[in-house]
Design a protein around this ligand. Structure first.
Ligand code: HEC
Length: 164
């Protein structure tokens, strides 16, 4: 065998080793402490633990009460912040559960923007009026989604540690 042939055989051997180690890396997937299994099993587990629309609504419920007390305090920046976060939570919720989006159309298109405008008017009474129709729209969607037993009313007890 001449030198060129030996070099060629050596190089193709190295290439074969490189390719096989590469493909092993691709099939071997990372395993967590408890997020384990195939790629599909791991994704399903993560999705289950992230939760569905109920998880979104727990956040919306919290932000709704914070929004209310922000209005009472005339802390308009905090009120606007809560509305922005609420909108984002809802948008993420519709990514998880697209079937819920249709019932929330009025809420997303009208109620949220109107409430946002009210945070810019620096007027507590006006804020309160808009907040009441905002609340009606929460309940409207609950009715459409057949969870009317989750009846939302203006908060009465203040749990927030954010004061102005
Ligand atoms: C899609 C329309 C929709 C809109 C708009 C909506 N909700 Fe909901 N809400 C739901 C649905 C559906 C559930 C039940 C959750 C489930 O089935 O996973 C729910 C549940 C809830 C819950 C119970 C959460 C829990 O599991 O403890 C609260 C609190 C709540 N909503 C508050 C509100 C408030 C406050 C607003 C308005 C700011 C609002 N929601 C607007 C659809 C909506």
């Amino acid at each position: 065998m001449n030198r060129t042939l030996i070099t060629l055989i050596f190089m193709s051997l190295m290439a074969a080793i490189a390719i096989s180690s590469c493909s092993t890396n691709q099939t071997e997937s990372a395993q967590g402490e408890w997020i384990t299994g195939t790629e599909q099993e791991k994704l399903s587990l993560i999705e289950d633990h992230l939760g569905g629309f109920g998880r979104t609504m727990m956040e919306v419920g919290y932000r709704y009460t914070e929004l209310y007390w922000a209005g009472q305090d005339e802390n308009w920046l905090y009120a606007a912040y809560q509305l922005e976060e609420m909108e984002e939570a809802l948008e993420n919720g519709f990514e998880r559960r697209p079937a819920r989006a249709a019932s929330a159309e009025t809420f997303m298109q009208n109620s949220l923007p109107r409430m946002m405008e009210a945070t810019q008017e620096n007027n507590r009474d006006r804020f309160h009026d808009v907040f009441q129709s905002f609340t009606l729209q929460c309940n409207m969607c609950h009715a459409l989604e057949e969870v009317a037993f989750i009846a939302i009313k203006e908060p009465q007890v203040r749990a927030s540690s954010v004061r102005f």
